[in-house]
Ligand binder design. Structure first.
Ligand code: F6P
Length: 365
């Protein structure tokens, strides 16, 4: 039987979103003869009159290597907490019934929600209200449970690794300490893996509160042994054992997540006060999310798109596609959003980094 699939991409963009869209369209339209429409700008496109576009085979031509998302995305538009003006004041209001009404106006049978923790929680909420939903996990942060990895993550790690390679040469020439703040929210995956791949001297991750004294000792020891430069990777969610997370002033967005940033500069200033060496801070920011996905992410995102269509064919609503070992499978969306996937301080990657001589948040006693 013919079906109409609506797809949206929500939350922060990441490399590989277009590969998912292409995978869905090629499989649904090309193989099953179904119809696919794209809702614009995430759930925001379902607030009020729906905003959408037809996604036929021509619409997805040439988008596999393109970063971003051709249907747009948004960190706003949470239907369960939407800012509505009431008596001159903004109140977060549940407008999910109205969003469901907009969805039904489209005449679509099922929604594919491609997103991270925030977007998938909304998808789960709408599923519990009766909407047939399939989830696809995306985020450069790799902080979602129930999948071995999210697409976009490996591209971010590649971008940071290249930046670390470049920063090494200038740090060494000027005998400087370079602090590189990277994204990842409350998960230290990007910092940890790019720090190992890019040969950092210290990596500060949110899962292990760091010691400034240990960091100074590590850098001074290197200088004493003749390496008068150091590379320190700082996850944006890292904090000192006696400190707090660094939040940007405009904390929080409509998907219910706080905005982190600034810890790199804070640590840089503290080091400059304590060490003889010159210090510089680089915040890589949204560079980590932009541009073309790596081949790994193109393949993973394509597999996720194709699997999402297969789950629809099998009517397995409320499930999310996930990578488990070599297989792409379906798992309950609820199991993916129950808690975040963060680095276990006892993880083999942490031990490996330490055995390589990299300080991970503290000196191992
Ligand atoms: O979740 C992806 C992410 O890039 C985080 O690593 C980062 O903290 C956040 O989004 C930045 O969000 P925004 O694009 O709203 O600045």
């Amino acid at each position: 039987m013919s079906k109409t699939i609506a797809i949206l991409t929500g939350g922060g963009d990441c490399p590989g979103l277009n590969a998912v869209i292409r995978g869905v369209v090629r499989s649904a339209v090309g193989r099953h003869g179904w119809r696919v429409i794209g809702i614009e700008d995430g759930f925001e496109g379902l607030v009020g009159t729906p905003r959408w576009r037809e996604l036929d085979l021509t619409a997805v031509r040439g988008i596999l290597p393109r970063g971003g998302t051709i249907i747009g995305t948004s960190n706003r538009g949470n239907p369960f907490a939407y800012p509505v003006e009431v008596d001159g004041k903004i109140a977060l209001t549940d407008i999910s019934d109205q969003v469901l009404e907009s969805f039904h106006q489209l005449g679509a049978d099922v929604l594919i929600a491609v997103g991270g923790d925030g977007t998938l929680k909304i998808a789960q909420g709408l599923f519990e209200k009766g909407l047939p939903v399939i989830g696809v996990p995306k985020t450069i942060d790799n902080d979602l449970q129930a999948t071995d990895v999210t697409f976009g993550y490996r591209t971010a790690v590649a971008i940071v690794t290249e930046a670390l390679d470049r920063l090494h040469t200038t740090a060494e020439s000027h005998h400087r300490v370079m602090l590189v703040e990277v994204m990842g929210r409350d998960a230290g995956w990007i910092a940890l893996e790019s720090g190992i791949a890019g040969s950092a001297d210290a990596i500060l991750i949110p899962e292990i509160p760091f010691s400034l004294a240990d960091l100074c000792q590590t850098i001074e020891k290197r200088a004493a042994s003749g390496s008068r430069f150091s590379i320190v990777v700082v996850a944006e969610g890292a904090f000192a054992a006696d400190g707090e997370k660094s939040l940007l002033k405009s904390a929080g967005d409509n998907l219910g997540v706080e905005r982190l940033g600034g810890i790199g500069q804070q640590v840089g200033t503290a080091l400059a006060d304590r060490l003889e060496l010159e210090t510089r801070v680089v915040t890589l920011g949204h560079l980590q999310r932009g541009g073309s996905p790596t081949p790994y992410d193109r393949i993973l995102a394509s597999r996720f798109g194709v699997k999402a269509v297969e789950l629809i064919d099998q009517q397995r609503f409320g499930e999310m596609v996930a990578l488990k070992g070599r297989d792409v499978i379906g798992v309950a969306i609820a199991s993916a959003v129950a808690r975040l996937n963060r680095v276990d301080p006892a993880d083999e990657l942490v031990t490996t980094a330490r055995h390589l001589g990299i300080m991970v948040s503290r000196i191992e006693k």
